[in-house]
Design a protein around this ligand. Structure first.
Ligand code: NAD
Ligand code: TYD
Length: 352
């Protein structure tokens, strides 16, 4: 039985990856290591929390001693590293958390993997999940490929770029068997409502303003989160050590067009007159250093490993809206911070 560490498994993408691996690979023991920051939520994994091949460990990847001990105790065969501070706006107001978690945390994991695997790297792999934001911003044309030069602009993307460089440095210097993938913007269920799609769905439901940064002309390439999880599964098993794979939806939207789609679909879903939600659109001050356009060329992954997104955007966004409407409690809880109180209580020092 292989033991696989998934970091950040209580977050948005991580919870989809954990669910996929726990259900698809009964002969793997999946250990989900997560600090449960504001973005981590065990309610995301309720359906699989009692599975025999699943274990949750609460811990901080920034704590080097703890990480070393965990690797020695569990003897992981593979690592899929998703834990990160992930929100650009938070990186602008508080960059240091991003430096600690995204850079120092990643190096702690690399060191611990190197330590337990020492010179025997056979069948081992350290898979680092990254973002297309490391490539910077595109003009009106062109796509990011795996050889596009790094040019990050936010503390978030700079910290992810730094972690990618360190992962490659451990491959080159210590022959640690690493793989990296860089993905475009994800959407789907269980996303913390600070990111565009769930925030706007929540605000539409509650008749709150929809804060559009600048003119809403920035472009993102949107991928359904389960398609990202499937790509991660494929790359973890079939990807070539030392390689980088870009993952994207081939699905570019200006923010304002995407927001108008959300408004129309939500009006229909909530039985409101068409145009009601669009009235909530409020143009606000632009994000500092706001990248204009991201768009991914994922042809390498498609040609070499046979990956295809399973959903068209129309279907994916319908499923996503349905999910948030059906899981109103989840959204309200997360938005109200109730679940943070729950964790304070659940994991308080004096309970152990
Ligand atoms: P998220 O913010 O929803 O989840 C991050 C998880 O990491 C949370 O569960 C959090 O508790 C955990 N975490 C944070 N700091 C930690 C620490 N110090 N120790 C242990 N756990 C910690 O993020 P997400 O959107 O699911 O992104 C996951 C990964 O995918 C990140 O590495 C991100 O850079 C990358 N990514 C995200 C997107 C996207 O659109 N969301 C796109 C491409 C790549
Ligand atoms: P976001 O979901 O934060 O992802 P990222 O910044 O990593 O791409 O934002 C997606 C786009 O939506 C981005 O161009 C910023 C914009 N945006 C708004 O206009 N208003 C908002 O309230 C948020 C959160 C984002």
């Amino acid at each position: 039985m292989k033991t696989i560490l998934i970091t950040g498994g209580a977050g948005f993408i991580g919870s989809h990856v954990v669910r996929l691996f726990v259900s698809k690979y009964p002969d793997y023991k999946i250990v989900n290591l997560d600090k449960l920051t504001y973005a981590g939520n065990l309610a995301n994994l309720k359906d699989i929390e009692k599975a025999k091949n699943y274990e949750f460990v609460k811990g901080d990847i920034v704590d080097a001693d703890f990480i070393q001990k965990l690797f020695v105790e569990k003897q992981f065969d593979g690592v899929i590293h998703l834990a990160a501070e992930s929100h650009v706006d938070r990186s602008i107001s508080n960059p240091m958390e991003f430096i600690f978690t995204n850079i120092v945390g990643t190096v702690n994991l690399l060191n611990a993997a190197r330590h337990i695997w020492s010179d025997n790297f056979e069948d081992k792999r350290f898979y680092h999940i990254s973002t297309d934001e490391v490539y910077g911003s595109l003009g009106e044309t062109g796509l990011f490929t795996e050889t596009t030069a790094y040019d990050p602009h936010s503390p978030y993307s700079a910290s992810k770029a730094s972690s990618d460089h360190l992962v490659r440095a451990y491959l080159d210097t210590f022959k640690l068997p690493t793989i990296i993938s860089n993905c475009s913007n994800n959407y789907g269920g269980f996303q913390f409502p600070e990111k565009l799609v769930p925030l706007f769905i929540h605000n539409i439901q509650n008749n709150k303003p929809l804060p559009v940064y600048g003119k809403g002309e920035n472009i993102r390439d949107w991928l359904y989160v389960e398609d990202h999880a499937n790509a991660i599964d494929l790359i973890f098993h079939k990807g070539v050590i030392g390689e980088t794979y870009n993952i994207g939806g081939n699905n570019e939207w200006t923010n304002i067009d995407l927001i108008k789609v959300l408004c129309k679909k939500m009006d229909k879903k909530l039985g409101r007159e068409t145009g009601t939600s669009e009235k909530l659109i409020t143009y606000v001050k632009d994000r500092a250093g706001h990248d204009l356009r991201y768009a991914i060329d994922s042809s390498k992954l498609q040609k070499e490993l046979g990956w295809e997104p399973s959903l068209q955007f129309e279907e994916g966004i319908e499923k996503t809206i349905d999910w948030y409407v059906a899981n109103q409690d989840w959204l309200d809880n997360v938005a109200s911070g109730d679940y943070l109180k729950y964790y304070d209580n659940q994991y308080s020092e004096d309970r152990f």
